[in-house]
Design a protein around this ligand. Structure first.
Ligand code: ZN
Ligand code: ZN
Length: 349
C-alpha cells in the first residue's frame, strides 16, 4: 500500500508498505484523508526527533476496516476521526480525566508497518499518511457520516489542540479577552475556540497581513501585524495570550501582554533546547504560564462534541482545508505548507 515514509534523511511516497492486522483492543482504519500539520515537517527537519524509518501523518479520518478482539464501540464501515493519543484508559491519569498525561501515551512508538520485511515506526501512534493504519480503540472516534472526511481529518490534531487549549486548558470565560499570536492551523482553531467560549475581544496577531480575512472569519474581532499594537486594543492587557508560533521573543511578548490574573498558553514548538526569559516580577499579580499537551483533550468526548458543533455551523472545518492533494503530491503539499501558502493542506487516498 501507499504511504509517506521518512527514512531519516528525506520523506518520499512509497507503494510497498504493509500493515499488520489489528490485535486485541485495536482498530484497522482505511484512511481517506489526512491533514498535513507542521509537526510532520518538524520530523523531517529534525525539530521533533523521531526514530526512522517512520510513516508520517498524525491527523486523519477514514473508515473502519476491521476491529480486534474486545473492540465494540466501532464496527467495520463506521466513519472515524483519529486521535494521536494511545492512552491506556486504566491508569490514574486516564481515570481522572487526563488521558493526555497517560504515560502509556507518550514516547513509546510502535512498529505496526513493514517494508521489504523490515519494521517501520508509527508516528504519533497514528501514521495517517498511509492507506491503512492500526490504532488503539480509544483513538478511533465515531463521527456522523455526513461530515466530509477531508474536513473531519483535521479534528485529530489542529482542532483538538487549538480549540481544546481554549476550552480545556485555559478555560476561557464568557466576556474575557484573548490574544492569539500566529494564525496558522493551530492559531485559527484557537480563534474559533475563543469565539465558541464567548470571549468578547479576540485579537489575532500575524505578521502576514493577508491572514486578516481568514482570522476574522474564525473569530478575531481585531487583527494586527505586530504584538506592539495589542495595548491599544487592550490597554490593561489580556486575560489569555496564546503563543502559536514557537519563537522565544513571542513567548516573552505573550507574558508581557498579560493583564492581572492573566495566563499565557504556549502552543508553538520551538527547538527542543530553546530557552525563553521573562521578568519574574511581571508574574507577581497572579499571572501564569501554561504548557498544553494536545489541548488537554479527552478525544472520545471532544471529537464527538466538535463534530456536533460543526454540524451546527459553530465550528469551522471546511474553511480550514485550503487545498487537497492526492498523496502522490506530498512534496508539493509540504512545500506549500512550509511557505505558508495554505492554512491546511489535506492528503487524500
Ligand atoms: Zn499536528
Ligand atoms: Zn493511562
Amino acid at each position: 500500500m501507499r504511504g509517506v515514509l521518512f527514512d531519516g534523511k528525506r520523506a518520499e511516497v512509497v507503494d510497498d508498505l504493509q500493515v499488520r492486522d489489528p490485535g486485541p483492543g485495536e482498530v484497522l482504519v482505511a484512511v481517506s484523508a489526512a491533514g498535513l500539520c507542521h509537526s510532520d515537517l518538524s520530523v523531517i527537519d529534525g525539530t521533533i526527533p523521531f526514530p526512522a524509518p517512520v510513516v508520517l501523518g498524525h491527523e486523519g479520518a477514514g473508515v473502519v476496516e476491521a476491529v480486534g478482539a474486545g473492540v465494540t464501540h466501532v464496527v467495520p464501515g463506521d466513519h472515524v476521526a483519529l486521535s494521536t493519543l494511545a492512552s491506556c484508559g486504566t491508569c490514574a491519569e486516564c481515570d481522572r480525566g487526563r488521558p493526555t498525561m497517560c504515560r502509556q501515551a507518550i514516547g513509546r512508538p510502535g512498529k505496526p508497518f513493514t517494508r521489504a520485511g523490515r519494521p517501520v515506526y508509527q508516528f504519533a501512534s497514528n501514521s495517517a499518511f498511509a492507506e491503512r493504519t492500526v490504532v488503539r480503540a480509544v483513538q478511533a472516534v465515531r463521527i456522523p457520516e455526513d461530515i466530509p472526511l477531508t474536513s473531519a481529518a483535521l479534528i485529530g490534531c489542529g482542532v483538538l489542540t487549538g480549540v481544546g487549549a481554549v476550552l480545556n486548558r485555559a478555560r476561557v470565560g464568557f466576556g474575557e479577552s484573548v490574544v492569539v499570536i500566529g494564525t496558522g492551523g493551530i492559531g485559527l482553531n484557537v480563534l474559533q475556540g475563543a469565539r465558541i467560549a464567548g470571549a468578547l475581544r479576540i485579537v489575532a496577531v500575524d505578521s502576514n497581513p493577508a491572514k486578516e480575512a481568514v482570522a476574522r472569519r474564525f473569530g478575531a474581532t481585531h487583527f494586527l501585524t505586530s504584538v506592539d499594537g495589542v495595548r491599544e486594543v487592550l490597554p490593561t492587557g489580556a486575560d489569555h495570550v496564546f503563543e502559536c508560533v514557537g519563537r522565544v521573543e513571542l513567548i516573552r511578548a505573550a507574558v508581557d501582554l498579560l493583564d492581572r490574573h492573566g495566563q499565557a498558553v504556549l502552543l508553538g514548538v520551538p527547538a527542543a533546547t530553546a530557552e525563553a526569559s521573562f521578568l519574574v516580577s511581571s508574574l507577581f499579580l497572579d499571572k501564569s504560564i501554561l504548557g498544553c499537551r494536545y489541548g488537554a483533550s479527552r478525544p472520545q468526548r471532544d471529537i464527538a462534541l466538535y463534530a456536533d458543533l460543526y454540524r451546527e455551523g459553530r465550528l469551522l472545518l471546511d474553511e480550514l482545508v485550503t487545498q487537497t492533494y492526492p498523496v502522490e503530491d506530498f512534496e508539493k503539499a509540504a512545500a506549500d505548507a512550509e511557505a505558508g501558502r495554505v492554512a491546511r493542506g489535506v492528503l487524500t487516498f
